[in-house]
Design a protein around this ligand. Structure first.
Ligand code: TMO
Length: 314
């Protein structure tokens, strides 16, 4: 009888340990995973793609429009759960600042390498509108090719919205000694950039415009200008002279530090998730070339690419 009791006790202890181990495999919280949407197409489509993957796993998701710099502070304080396109050049600093302050974790890196840089549509090179491009020094001799109605007789650099990276480009124009010949103007949104690219192609006119890769433009030809090489600290905001170009960068995923505990299954999938240059370019093209809504684009992408995303979930 004593023996039996001991065995029962041992069994109870073992069971207690097994129960204690259960939280590691606990189900995801039913609290929504909050996914931010910003103002360029791949990011918004990918938001719905990732939200669709989480929903497929049984999670609740919520989407919030967010500023692409302030979002890292919002993740830190828990208002937003993830940021799935952390572009090194534009957002690396805000991301690392929020990590240093505590509350944001690095959930891994996409396969795609990135570049966010001023450039010209392919026809500008093919038709030799500014001989010597893509070397930036060629710009010294062809400002007239890039003058527009709103540029006051100077060549125009058409930047994206200022919310992406502040005065980075105006500072670069000055640092390179191009300030007498070139001026930076900021587009209201990404659509304005693509409208200008289309118009310059159609009319065979010059255009210097901010763009990035991966993007839908990878498929139809776009040439990034080659500026002095990026080095750590070369930017004005980091104490440098500001003359450098953008880094050949990474594309990371950020998350609130509690997500691995609150949504362990979704977090595991998210940490495995990685998209290639081609896949991210496709997400953008469904909207910017094919004219789909972001939601429809995500639904189609998920349907067409189950073999890509299913493995993230198990
Ligand atoms: C952050 N972006 C992709 C617009 O350069």
């Amino acid at each position: 009888m004593k023996k039996l009791t001991n065995n029962l006790m041992a069994g109870a202890v073992a069971l207690a340990f097994a129960t204690a181990a259960v939280p590691a495999m606990a189900a995801d919280s039913s609290e929504p995973i909050v996914i931010p949407t910003h103002n360029w197409s791949s990011q918004v489509v990918m938001a719905y793609v990732i939200g669709g993957i989480f929903e497929n796993m049984g999670n609740n998701v919520e989407y919030v429009p967010a500023d692409s710099q302030a979002v890292y502070e919002a993740i830190r304080n828990g208002d937003v759960t993830i940021s799935h396109e952390v572009w090194q050049s534009s957002f690396g600093k805000s991301f690392y600042n929020a990590m240093a302050a505590g509350g944001v974790i690095d959930a891994g890196t996409h396969a795609a390498a990135t570049l966010e840089e001023m450039g010209v549509p392919q026809h500008v090179i093919d038709n030799n509108l500014c001989p010597g491009l893509p070397n930036w020094e060629a710009l010294k001799d062809c400002k007239d090719v890039f003058v527009t109605a709103d540029s006051g007789g100077k060549g125009r650099w058409l930047e994206g919205p200022q919310s992406w990276h502040g005065d980075l480009m105006p500072e670069r124009v000055d640092a390179l000694g191009l300030g007498d010949d070139y001026v930076v103007t900021f587009a209201g949104g990404a659509d304005a950039l693509w409208a200008e690219v289309a118009a310059s192609k159609k009319n065979n006119t010059g255009l210097i415009v901010f763009n990035w890769t991966p993007n839908f433009t990878d498929a139809d030809g776009f040439v990034f200008i080659e500026f002095p090489e990026y080095t750590e600290g070369c930017r004005k905001a980091d104490g440098g002279d500001g003359s450098c170009g953008s880094p050949k960068g990474w594309l990371k995923k950020a998350a609130n530090y509690k997500m691995p505990k609150t949504h362990p299954a979704a977090y595991t999938a998210y940490s495995k998730l990685s998209f290639t240059t081609t896949q991210i370019g496709q997400m953008a093209a469904l909207v910017d070339v094919d004219g789909m809504t972001h939601q429809d684009a995500a639904t189609k992408w998920l349907a067409d690419n189950e073999s890509v995303w299913k493995p993230f979930t198990n």
